[in-house]
Design a protein around this ligand. Structure first.
Ligand code: G6P
Length: 473
């Protein structure tokens, strides 16, 4: 059983007014679908809409997947989703890039909604089933679920960074969250550093004994915390990038842009962690300094609308709108804007065409758990060309060492890296891209899911005698 805040389908209104579902083919769905099918699995999650009655709980099937909807009222959406999940935890876990808001009502709501997920999972799960809980919205579920169903094997995976103790400590409910996660047999993170942060916090704040990646609980259970860097459907992206439709569309995109010499590309959810503002400023300065010319360089920025009711996201949208307007007003020429700005989401095919059309992919978040866009770009560069400029603070930087790595807070450093990537010769580009392609090909999303599931199968056997720690700290 997969338990995630969102179901892998979006609700769509049929022409006759009835309800329908469209699968949202994200990377996670692609990775977990085979595991679910092979194990007669089910997926529990929110449908994305408001349900004031809370009555919409009937399981249904979509494309052969068994789905169990968890209803949320508009109050839940405001307090649990927009509030505690995305205005408290999200900024706190991303290095305080924005100031987290702490509200006791939001915390109440977070507990209530996590309890609802846990209760529904407890009702639906078969005897001795394996349950895999996902992401920061549901950190209390592992413990709540274990209390209801001690027979289950429970895994948890955090898709975003886990902050250092110094930051996490600010949270008024820090201990409860740690205890929530300790309900799992295996707690997975993107990077080893995050797993270490977690173990250290458990030792300091909850007082359990720990040794390396293991936590020893007083009831005899052992919990493991380890890193499983997530990835993409490598074969799927390669196939897409190779397809006739995508090749044709990539050519059309370059033509529509006026066949410039260099296309720079950024693709992000419109989120303040992504560093969109600073990256566009860096590009603008390269033009005003005379290093680049709007006659032969353009920056395409795709910003996917996200969490639009949350205040910080509204402010960001206005800031970016203003900056793009100013840069185009100051630097553009007729038919030649400096920035081609698209506030919209696109299907995978269009994204693959954009990746193929772009000479330089610019991924400069202030903090990011992994960043799959960087890996998708690499997968679509079938000819071993194109440059990746990547923030040191994206999880992907630990694997994609051959990118031009930048500190997104250092504007001059970013400008220098963009120029270097711009002037790099073919040999240099090929050398770097080849190495990155090898890395991503070897660590695709199927390997990620298999690795995690194999470790979960071996983790936390609560019938076995607990291991004794070698040294208590
Ligand atoms: C990040 C989170 C996911 C989340 C996604 C989209 O990738 O790790 O849990 O689903 O953003 O955000 P949304 O708020 O629209 O679900």
């Amino acid at each position: 059983m997969i338990v995630a805040n969102r179901l892998p389908v979006d609700r769509v209104e049929q022409p006759d007014g009835s309800r329908g579902w469209r699968s949202s083919p994200g990377g996670l769905v692609a990775a977990l679908e085979p595991v679910l099918r092979a194990n007669d699995g089910v997926w529990l999650g929110w449908t994305g809409g408001a349900d004031e009655t809370g009555a919409d709980t009937e399981p249904f099937e979509s494309d052969g997947l068994r789905l169990v909807p968890i209803p949320m009222s508009s109050e839940d959406i405001e307090e649990f989703y927009e509030g505690f999940s995305n205005a408290t935890l999200w900024p706190l876990y991303h290095d305080l890039v924005a100031k987290p808001a702490f509200h006791r009502e939001w915390w109440e709501s977070y507990q209530r909604v996590n309890q609802r997920f846990a209760e529904r999972a407890a009702e639906v799960a078969a005897e001795g089933a394996t349950v895999w809980v996902h992401d920061y919205q549901l950190q209390l579920v592992p413990r709540m679920l274990r209390e209801l169903r001690p027979d289950l094997r429970i895994g948890f995976y955090l898709h975003i960074p886990f902050p250092p103790a110094e930051l996490f400590q600010q949270l008024p409910w820090r201990r409860q969250l740690l205890e929530g996660l300790l309900g799992a047999d295996l707690v997975g993170f993107q990077l080893p550093g995050a797993a270490q942060n977690f173990v250290r916090l458990v030792r300091q704040r909850v007082g359990h004994k720990t040794h390396r990646d293991l936590v020893y609980l007083p009831d005899g259970r052992t919990v493991r915390a380890a890193a499983y860097p997530i990835s993409i459907d490598w074969e799927g992206y390669q196939e897409l990038a190779r397809s006739e439709g995508v090749v044709k569309r990539a050519k059309e995109i370059r033509e529509a842009l006026g066949n410039p010499r260099t296309v720079f590309l950024g693709c992000d959810r419109l989120d303040y962690t992504k560093g969109i503002y600073a990256r566009l400023r860096a590009f603008g300065e390269l033009i005003s300094d005379g290093h680049l010319d709007v006659e032969d360089a353009v920056f395409v920025q795709v910003a996917v609308p996200s969490r639009e009711q949350v205040e910080q996201y509204k402010i960001l949208r206005d800031d970016i709108d203003r900056l793009v307007g100013r840069l185009n007003g100051d630097l553009g020429q007729i038919g030649r804007p400096a920035i081609s700005y698209l506030h919209s989401s696109y299907p995978r095919e269009e994204m693959a065409a954009l990746y193929r059309a772009a000479d330089i992919m610019v991924v400069t978040p202030y903090r990011d758990g992994m960043n799959l866009v960087a890996k998708e770009y690499v997968a679509c560069r079938l000819d071993n060309d194109g440059a990746l400029v990547l923030s040191e603070f994206a999880g992907a930087a630990e694997e994609l060492r051959q990118a031009w790595l930048v500190n997104p807070y250092d504007l001059n450093g970013m400008k220098a890296a963009l120029l270097e990537a711009h002037t790099a010769d073919e040999r240099e580009l090929t050398r770097r891209m080849k190495a990155m392609r090898r890395t991503v090909a070897q660590h695709d999303v199927a390997a990620w899911a298999e690795g995690y599931m194999a470790d979960l199968a071996n983790a936390g056997d609560h019938h076995a005698k607990p291991l004794r720690p070698l040294k208590s700290r």
